[in-house]
Design a protein around this ligand. Structure first.
Ligand code: SF4
Ligand code: SF4
Ligand code: SF4
Length: 247
């Protein structure tokens, strides 16, 4: 509940600043932010972007029920779709809850109720975008304090859940080991084949498979300063890895 209040406060703050900016600028200029249709990671079950923007009533029900605080409301500075829910994967990915409560909570059809279980989720596709930043490829152990950023995020929430505490415990266990964080924190069980570590020339590296749902957890937990692995919103495995569509 605190999270939705914070998001709504930010939303109002940025909206006000945005409107003020337009007014001071003569009231006729449209902010470049408003014109920039930034591709966002939408919550599970999101219909196509055009339909999503038309259907979402910005009620915030999806983020209220998320036990991981994964969903935020877009503010003015983030551009298109002001007030619509999105996921900032580097801050907090989606942990693919078994009953997908965010979808169940959506009253408008913006999140399609046909998305009933984790394997139905298709938010995007993970990509090892910056292999030179992947510490597993140079056999560098996971550094001390790698999870501090994520602890800080959780500590900022006023209604921390047991699921979040369990996730932090698991995360802390990787310190000093060879990095397999993206593969081992992935919420999709391995038989479904989302990601695994494979041999690389000087160490190991993650390989993405068709079962990846684009939840963004790998991007969140990657211990590199800038994530080596990122999620491309709205793209499928076929789009990126077979057809070569990159964005
Ligand atoms: S599936 Fe769970 S973790 Fe993911 S956005 Fe929905 S409620 Fe949050
Ligand atoms: S590889 Fe796993 S953690 Fe990464 S986006 Fe895909 S499903 Fe999520
Ligand atoms: S989380 Fe994955 S991509 Fe990031 S450094 Fe570790 S093995 Fe590499």
């Amino acid at each position: 509940m605190a999270s939705i209040k914070n998001d709504r406060r930010d939303f109002i703050k940025f909206s006000t600043l945005g409107i003020l900016g337009l007014t001071l600028g003569g009231g006729i200029a449209i902010s470049p932010y408003a014109l920039q249709a930034e591709m966002r990671l939408r919550p599970p079950g999101a219909v196509s972007e055009d339909e999503f923007l038309a259907l979402c009533i910005k009620c915030g029900q999806c983020l209220q029920v998320c036990p991981y605080h994964s969903i935020k409301l877009a503010d003015f500075a983030k551009g298109h779709g002001i007030g619509t829910p999105y996921i900032d994967a580097r801050e907090r990915g989606c942990y693919a809850c078994s009953a997908v409560p965010c979808v169940l909570a959506c009253p408008s059809g913006a999140l399609d109720h046909a998305c009933e279980k984790p394997e139905d989720i298709k938010m995007g596709i993970a990509v090892l975008e910056f292999p030179n930043k992947c510490i597993a490829m140079t056999n560098t152990p996971v550094p001390k304090g790698h999870s501090q950023r994520i602890h800080n995020f959780v500590n900022e929430q006023r209604n921390i859940t047991q699921l979040e505490l369990d996730m932090l415990d698991k995360l802390d266990g990787f310190e000093g080991k060879q990095c397999t964080l993206c593969a081992d924190m992935c919420p999709i069980p391995s038989p479904l084949g989302a990601i695994s570590m494979i041999q690389a020339s000087n160490g190991k590296k993650p390989e993405i498979y068709e079962g990846c749902i684009g939840c963004g957890v790998c991007e969140e937990v990657c211990p590199a300063n800038e994530p080596a692995i990122v999620v491309k919103p709205r793209l499928t495995y076929e789009d990126y890895y077979i057809k070569g569509i990159k964005s």
